[in-house]
Ligand binder design. Structure first.
Ligand code: SF4
Length: 273
């Protein structure tokens, strides 16, 4: 990996926009299969899964949502849920008492105010219990096709490392990154950056020496720069020994969720045996 050529500080807005769009393009080429990693079949399921994903991993949420939606297929059923029953199903996702209360309140409001449908606007979504801008943007972008930037912990960290922003405030990060990248790209940009954060640009040990956007990243060098050592830090389908999984993703860029679900199930079966 070549060392980056980005000078710290003094970058014009135009140069920053060009660099941000280049990073988005290169990440898009590297992760053509980037997609939401929560499993869902409709806006309600995505809304609930995203609320459950607070303080836990998408894999853990995906483990329990099949049972959850078999029991409560829509807002009307969930609004009627007995809290102890709901808590028992969602317990593995943590903070399950608060999440259960939020889900029942959220479902009740959907039934009472929106005829049992998920409203397609940030302003309405953030009035629902347990729903903030991050969740609202996930739902709009992925269930309604309305572009949105999802600022989770990975996105915020990478946006700062890319010097697209200096802010820790998700609302400011969303606004400042939105000024750099075309609106139509916002949802996919979010997936690509989160994919990169999970696989390469980790919180504590970024794999700079194995990073496809190192050339445009002002933070190159904050992690391992030796290519061989950096490659060992990669995760998921980029991890050493996962070449077949990566090949499968690249061969199915239109439908990567199926492959991810199959590989997650295999891992869970392996860890349970
Ligand atoms: S891994 Fe290193 S070079 Fe790549 S985005 Fe993260 S900090 Fe920048």
């Amino acid at each position: 990996m070549t060392k980056n050529t980005v000078a710290a500080g003094g970058e014009s807005l135009l140069a920053k926009k060009r660099r941000a769009r280049k990073i988005n393009k290169v990440l898009g080429e590297f992760y053509p299969y980037a997609h939401p990693e929560l499993d869902f079949r409709n806006p309600f399921e995505l809304l609930v899964a995203t609320v459950l994903s607070a303080q836990t991993t998408d894999v853990r949420v995906n483990q329990i949502t099949p049972a959850l939606f078999a029991r409560y297929p829509g807002p009307r059923e969930m609004a009627q849920a007995e809290l102890p029953d709901l808590e028992a199903i969602i317990q593995p996702t943590g903070f399950f008492r608060a999440k259960a209360r939020n889900l029942v309140a959220l479902a009740t409001r959907l039934v009472d105010e929106y005829d049992g449908k998920v409203p397609p606007s940030v302003e309405e979504l953030i009035t629902l219990a347990g729903v903030g801008r991050k969740t609202a943007n996930v739902v709009l972008g992925n269930a309604f096709g309305i572009p949105g930037i999802t600022v989770d912990t990975h996105f915020g960290r990478l946006a700062r490392r890319f010097e697209w922003t200096t802010s820790d405030d998700p609302v400011v990060v969303e606004r400042e990154v939105g000024e750099l990248v075309e609106r139509k790209e916002w949802t996919q940009l979010s997936h690509r950056v989160v994919f990169h954060g999970r696989r390469v640009c980790h919180s504590r040990k970024p794999a700079c020496g194995a990073c496809v956007v190192a050339h445009w990243c002002p933070s190159y060098g904050m992690g391992e720069t030796d290519p061989v050592k950096a490659a060992k830090l990669l995760k998921y389908e980029l991890a050493p020994g996962q070449e077949e999984l990566r090949e499968a993703y690249l061969a199915a860029v239109e439908d990567p969720a199926e492959i991810r679900m199959a590989s997650q199930r295999a891992l869970l079966a392996e860890s349970a045996s």
